[in-house]
Design a protein around this ligand. Structure first.
Ligand SMILES: [Zn+2]
Length: 356
């Protein structure tokens, strides 16, 4: 819901994965591709890789990983692919944002072998010791998760506080459908497991906003009327952006989740404002309705400033800030009257107590 800033630290942790993919795909292209599958192909490949490793001019980092893991089998498989994978990969990452906004499409049907190879890169290889020692920072994915879960709410829902143990790494564009993006850094988003594992899963709705590129929160505001929370689009946004916001909300089922779980938070916020104002005007005799209203507005403003400080850290700040704005812009006469009455009643009770 908020933009997540892509930092130098994140680049340092995850960037080497992109280089790794480029290296492999370049290597796959380097020699003639295999055409007919033969048992001896993998042996040919290993021989070639061993020779390259001995060559001092060779600067392929992945060779150490390939000779020490099962990676060679998958590299061998990639050499049967009929398309230029490096070109395809570069095309995809250069057009990643255009893909999200549907200004560029990819209609390639990826083979099972290619999908398996990239699945292996992500699920086995990047968690393995040889890979981490050779290619990137040790435990880079773990540190990446740590970095993004630290004092943060989920970038998709802004509802769950992220905890290292339950946060998961989401492939924003699902790797099952677009396997080349399995370890593309900007496609990896750390999110709460409710959003990623339970709700989004392998779904993709396009066009859509993306937490590394878009300030989604600037395109909409929450309204709370007749006991229903809704998101409303701000004025003057393009049809495409409207669709991107709508798809984001639908992909994470946000309106339904907010209505089911978050109304209580708004009720509590309103009660807190009431309580604080009542406390402030306690025993003030002859306070006018407009003076009460002024106190309420001051209290709303104080709450607003406090919540704003915790943006992206505390849950539901967007919802609460929009609710306070809505309160402040709305008619406060009922609330002022209610508080003035409460105050009068308590003064009468106190006066009566003294009389007793
Ligand atoms: Zn979430």
């Amino acid at each position: 819901m908020y933009k997540v800033e892509w930092s130098d630290k994140m680049e340092k942790l995850i960037g080497p994965y992109h280089d790794f993919v480029c290296e492999i795909l370049k290597f796959v292209n380097e020699e003639p591709k295999f055409t007919i599958k033969q048992d001896s192909d993998i042996a040919v490949l290993v021989k070639k890789m061993q020779a390259m490793k001995k060559d001092e001019c060779c600067n392929y980092n992945f060779l150490d990983v390939a000779t020490g893991t099962n990676l060679k089998k998958y590299i061998c498989d990639l050499k049967y692919e009929g398309i230029d994978l490096l070109e395809k990969y570069n095309d995809f990452i250069n057009n990643y944002r255009n893909f999200l906004s549907q200004e560029w499409r990819d209609n390639t049907i990826y083979s099972k072998e290619l999908t398996n190879a990239f699945e292996y890169f992500y699920t086995n290889l990047i968690h393995g010791k040889i890979f981490n020692d050779t290619i990137g920072e040790s435990n880079a994915i773990r540190e990446f998760r740590e970095e993004l879960t630290l004092e943060s709410t989920c970038p998709y829902c802004d509802f769950h506080e992220m905890e290292f143990d339950i946060a998961s790494v989401d492939h924003f564009i699902p790797k099952s459908r677009y396997p080349l993006l399995a370890i593309y850094p900007k496609n990896l988003v750390v999110a709460c497991s409710a959003c990623n594992d339970r709700i989004k899963q392998e779904k993709l709705y396009l066009p859509i906003m993306h937490p590394y590129f878009d300030n989604l929160d600037e395109y909409f505001y929450f309204s709370y009327k007749n006991n229903v929370i809704k998101y409303e689009l701000v004025d003057h946004i393009s049809i495409k952006d409207r669709e991107k916001v709508k798809n984001f909300f639908e992909l994470f089922n946000l309106e339904a989740r907010y209505n089911k779980h978050c109304k209580k938070k708004l009720k509590k916020l309103k009660e807190e404002i009431q309580r604080n104002v009542i406390k402030q005007i306690k025993n003030s005799k002859d306070i006018t309705i407009s003076e009460v209203e002024l106190k309420i507005r001051e209290e709303i403003n104080d709450q607003y400033m406090n919540i704003l400080k915790e943006k992206k850290i505390d849950p539901l700040t967007k919802l609460r800030l929009d609710y306070l704005k809505q309160m402040n812009e709305g008619d406060l006469s009922d609330l002022s009257m209610y508080i003035a009455n409460e105050n009068r009643t308590s003064s009468i009770i106190i006066t009566n107590l003294f009389r007793v």
